[in-house]
Ligand binder design. Sequence first.
Ligand code: CP
Length: 303
Amino acid sequence: MKHFLNLIDLTRDELHGLLSNAAQHKAAHAQGTEPRSLAGRVVALIFEKPSLRTRVSFESGIAQLGGTSLYLPGNEVGLGWRETLADFARTISNYVDLLVLRVYQHATLEGLARYASVPIINGLSDWSHPCQGLADLLTVRELFGNEKGRTVAFVGDGNNVARSLAVGCGKLGINFILACPEGYGFDDKFKADYCRRVSRHFPKEVNNPAQAVKKADVIYTDVWTSMGQEAEREERLRRFAGFQVNSKLLAKAPKHVKVLHCLPAHRGEEITDEVMDGPACVAFQQAANRLHAQKAIMEWLLT
Ligand code: CP
């Protein structure tokens, strides 16, 4: 059973294939010639956390490809507490063709994947956000044509989004550099996985954002306090204070630099209005690409 839980599980060729298919979907969507490749298929979206982009882009994408989606809040189906994950996975596999899950714990996905007889897509976990990562790579490809040799500077937390993007960049030959406060970089488990399965050359980490963006083609940022970390908010605001993506930081980057943000943005914290609404920011092109990237993922798993 093929699942889409982490970008690290994909080969380089599979990643290139998904990006090509996503670009084809985007062109077909613009021309109104999309295939009905999910006709007769039912996809369940089981979300333990709120979402705008992931939920709506999946539901719209499924409808546009002729399929049907079911949105099931995690607390309504009792994911992990009403019955065992194994019983849940075995049961729901009889009713639907594909599962998209947004979960607190990545272990929930791994537990379900062991017992489900239909594919599972990770719609965000505490460990990774591979749908976001694929849309990010599609955006970088659109911006620069050939992404190989480009440099992405991630200014912020070494979180799930940063891990997925770092892996995708590593697989496609994009330089990735993380600028974060001391103690908020990549953890040892990720380092070990990356070095074993992506490259022996682990991405550079620095504590100085200006140094990170000096040669950047892309500056990427994300919220400093992710869902589930609300208790750490005050401490994080203090620690990340020097890591805001603002005009002063952009002035230290090459003139052609583009700014990406996975959204939602906390304007005035990790990014200023001036940058979000300025000409360098492509966050809404990036958000649009979620739709096309995810169509490619669903087709790869189902057809
Ligand atoms: N970037 C992202 O996953 O957005 P949502 O949390 O709104 O789905």
